[in-house]
Design a protein around this ligand. Structure first.
Ligand SMILES: [Fe+2]
Length: 467
């Protein structure tokens, strides 16, 4: 073969290799390119941060699940003028009988900041599927809110969760929250995947920005529970100003029902809600072998009864599968520790935040590796969860818009935009998932997937397999 012939063969070979590389690419990198804009916090005098009128009026009102089954609610609020009452009055819709629950008050200092009077009160023994009104601020200025308890736990109970992460308090955060509130697929409970206020963005981690965040989020979280996951911005670890107790503001302000799931720490716990079993992990607490979190999860996973709660959902802050050039592989150590269990126990979906963009994976696992065999590529695995990064709430750090190329095979869909998602459980086999970008109308879903339950209907539900 002469030189021109050789060149031709090489060119064909090169083209084949190039083609193969393209075919090796993963799913869809969305063609939607969000305009690059400044992301900035809303100023302190914004209307969304305004406190309620009246002497010692309760503010920053928020609720979360208060037990393991969904029959209790933790109500939290802050008063600023004086401690005031710890009492919550509550009554079922269509009932004149008012009940009373008593809580506790706490406050904390962070460098030169002193918090208001933070109240936490657990309301127990509620009836399922019932609308309740509740009143806080007894004695001075009262405010009344309401929530609806979930249906009794059961395998075919429909229920709709919202997904929000890394929200912060920028103009984009406000759009995300409004978009969630106006989504026609009405989320009944938010699964929040960590990083709340980004107060640590300010000098001395100015905790006034925890207060503004509490007032901003109240319009949703006073009326429906948000299930809290701790992110790195909750760490508040600042030894340079003498603040060495990790998670102090977060733990003082946001309670979780961790004791109900035999956890020894508020940062990791589980709840049942309708047909879902939700496990919350802390990516910033120890999780190596023999640590409390490791031992708790090892005991916890075998307890999940899929005949009672078919949908097994995990929340953690740092994603295990992430093809953006931000926080790359930060979730890797936790993946190494826990992924074999997630496959063994057939977790349906893992939601994470941290990366300020959106990504959904195929069902893959990467558990074959040991230190000598070299098997270190993710493989398709129908027992594995789908991994979703939903850290796109719109906080002050801005958008993650730099992706690794080519898109890895495990990545089914990715887009650098702000938004939120909903996970709409229909029955024990089907759940409809949709991601909503902020730039669209309220009903528009930019990415969707029908989840097929891994325990009851474990057939291939990959979106790319069918396209
Ligand atoms: Fe984060």
């Amino acid at each position: 073969m002469g030189a021109p012939g050789l060149k031709l063969v090489l060119a064909v070979l090169a083209a084949t290799v190039l083609n193969a590389a393209v075919l090796c690419n993963g799913g869809i990198t969305s063609s939607f390119v969000r305009k690059v804009e400044m992301t900035e916090d809303m100023p302190l005098d914004s209307d969304v941060f305004k406190g309620p009128p009246g002497y010692n009026a309760p503010q920053q009102v928020h609720i979360t699940q208060g037990d393991h089954e969904g029959k209790a609610v933790i109500v939290s609020w802050v008063t600023v003028d004086e401690p005031g009452s710890n009492t919550v009055m509550y009554w079922a819709e269509n009932s004149d009988h008012k009940n009373k629950a008593n809580g506790k008050m706490t406050k904390y200092k962070f460098y030169n900041y002193t918090s208001g009077y933070i109240h936490h009160c657990t309301i127990k023994k509620l009836k399922y599927n019932t609308k309740y009104y509740y009143e806080v601020g007894i004695g001075h200025t009262t405010r009344t809110f309401w929530f609806t308890t979930p249906p009794a736990v059961g395998p075919d109970v429909p229920y709709t969760f919202g997904l929000i992460g890394d929200l912060g308090q920028t103009y984009d955060s406000n759009i995300t929250l409004t978009h969630y509130e106006q989504n026609p697929i009405k989320g009944k409970t938010v699964l929040y995947v960590g990083d709340l206020s980004y107060a640590d963005h300010y000098p001395n981690q100015d905790n006034v920005r925890w207060d503004t965040w509490g007032r901003f989020a109240e319009r949703s979280v006073a009326y429906q529970p948000w299930i809290w996951t701790a992110g790195n911005h909750e760490l508040s670890f600042a030894p340079e100003i003498g603040e060495t107790k990790p998670f102090k503001p977060f733990i003082q302000r946001y309670r979780t029902p961790y004791k109900a799931s035999n956890s020894t720490d508020p940062l990791w716990y589980s709840i049942k809600r309708a047909s879902a079993y939700i496990i919350v992990l802390s990516a910033y607490s120890a999780y190596g072998k023999y640590t409390p979190q490791y031992m708790w999860l090892e005991e916890e996973l075998p307890k999940v009864n899929r005949s009672e709660t078919p949908w097994l959902i995990v929340l953690t802050h740092s994603p295990w599968y992430n093809s953006y050039n931000y926080h790359f592989m930060e979730g890797e150590t936790m993946r190494v520790m826990f992924e074999p269990w997630f496959v063994q126990y057939k977790v349906d979906v893992v939601f994470a935040g941290h990366v300020h963009a959106y990504e959904r994976s195929e069902r893959v696992s990467n558990i074959a590796y040991n230190i000598v065999n070299g098997n270190c590529s993710p493989v398709t695995d129908q027992s594995a969860p789908v991994y979703i990064t939903i850290g796109d709430g719109g906080n002050v750090e801005g958008l993650a818009n730099n992706m690794t190329e080519p898109q890895p095979k495990y990545s089914a869909f990715r887009e650098a935009s702000f938004g939120h998602a909903t996970f709409d459980i229909k029955n024990r086999t089907h759940a409809y998932y949709g991601w909503h970008r902020n730039h669209d109308g309220n009903a528009v879903e930019a990415d969707t997937m029908w989840f097929l339950n891994r325990y009851w209907h474990p057939v291939d539900d990959s979106t790319s397999a069918k396209s």
